[in-house]
Design a protein. Structure first.
Length: 123
């Protein structure tokens, strides 16, 4: 299912700091911690905890959030359906990256093991 230009624009303009508390609430309701959430966000984006807080305080958009991120080389391994869209079929890179983040948060909230969430490859 392809995203529409309107959907992509809406995702780009979301303020990271406005969705972050929902992520915290979602994972804590399911018995996970804010530290685990930060671990997942750090893995995906390369941001440390201090930088995440700065981005929240600066009220950056999702577009800016991902423009300055260093996506993990294994991020492409994040697959599945989120918000009605199959992640690997989303053509717009920014929307796909935002859905990567949503999918990781969902997996964390559902109790998935951290090594599975972080796509640790077995050697």
């Amino acid at each position: 299912m392809a995203t529409t230009p309107e959907h992509d624009a809406r995702v780009a303009k979301l303020i990271f700091g406005s969705i972050y508390p929902h992520y915290v609430s979602k994972v804590e309701k399911k018995g996970r911690t804010k530290e685990e959430l930060h671990h997942v966000l750090t893995w995906l984006t390369g941001y440390d905890e201090q930088k995440l807080q700065e981005l929240i305080d600066e009220k950056v958009t999702i577009e800016t959030f991902f423009a300055n991120a260093t996506l993990h080389p294994n991020a492409h391994l994040i697959k599945g359906v989120i918000c009605g869209y199959r992640i690997e079929e989303i053509e717009t890179p920014l929307t796909r990256q935002a859905r990567y983040m949503d999918k990781l948060i969902d997996e964390l909230a559902k109790g998935r093991k951290m090594e599975k969430i972080l796509r640790v490859e077995k050697s």
